[in-house]
Write a protein that binds this ligand. Structure first.
Ligand code: PEP
Length: 252
């Protein structure tokens, strides 16, 4: 597993200009944590302003359309995200897969469009609670990876996978450390099966109720290369506590 720990905030449908102060505070503080890669995915309406407000941290989208332009009212293309100042985008978040009925094929097309536009990609996968209870968590996530990983050549260094158990998102519940370790090892094996030796370098993030008080433990799990953070990324105070935990990874 290569690279610095990657801590990414997903603001979902939260945030107006009044919250840009949080982004500025995160950016200023990121200077104290040069060994952590920090990024925020604000709502699309704030991407341009957030980009103008920061010097260090990454700014990204939460989704993109698979087509570059067209009659898709309300959608935003990867090229538009890039034009607004994004350097990455999330694709395949479980809220998109569930609420917007996105399939693995949709997610794959979006990831490939994002790469074509010059964006890095965070591709989300994760099982529901009933799938885990039925003992199918690893096979479900493996099938999601098979169906949604981009096939574009030479993209692997710009791809991160976020493992987000659906039942852990926004619930305050997290899987056991053993379950996180087992799933991340299984994802790693699948990435190597898909991409060959390059799959060993794809960053795998954990997401789902990451907070300051569980971040150190989760980030210490083998193959956990960072975190995708929802609720706790909405204030600089709670988000920076997670960034700080990532900075001290391996020092305990
Ligand atoms: C998310 O939305 O990607 C997420 C992980 O949310 P939360 O941290 O609030 O569970």
């Amino acid at each position: 597993m290569a690279g610095l720990p990657y801590i990414v905030g997903n603001w979902k449908m939260h945030g107006t200009r009044a919250m840009l102060g949080e982004v500025r505070a995160m950016d200023r503080a990121a200077q104290r944590f040069p060994k952590v890669q920090v990024a925020i995915a604000p709502p699309a309406t704030l991407i341009y302003r957030a980009r103008e407000a920061v010097e260090l941290i990454g700014i990204g989208g939460q989704d993109c359309h698979a087509k570059e332009t067209g009659a898709f009212t309300g959608d935003i293309s990867a090229t538009m995200l890039r034009d607004a100042g994004a350097d990455f985008t999330i694709v395949g978040h479980s809220e998109r897969r569930t609420i917007h009925a996105e399939t693995d094929a949709d997610v794959k097309a979006k990831a490939e469009a994002a790469f074509a536009a010059g964006l890095a990609v965070i591709l989300c996968v994760g099982e529901t609670e009933s799938q885990r209870d039925a003992g199918n968590a690893e096979s479900v996530v493996g099938a999601q990876l098979d169906g949604s990983c981009p096939s574009t050549e030479g993209v692997v260094e710009k791809l991160s996978i976020a493992y987000e158990p659906v039942w852990a998102i926004g619930t305050g519940r997290v899987p056991s450390i053993d379950d996180v370790a087992a799933m991340h090892a299984s994802i790693r094996a699948k990435l190597v099966a898909i991409y060959g030796s390059a799959g060993a370098d794809v960053r795998i993030l954990y997401g789902g109720s990451v907070k300051a008080d569980n971040a150190s433990e989760l980030l210490a799990v083998p193959e956990v290369g960072g975190a995708l953070v929802g609720g706790a990324s909405l204030t600089s105070e709670s988000f920076l506590a997670i960034v700080g935990a990532a900075a001290s990874r391996g020092e305990a």
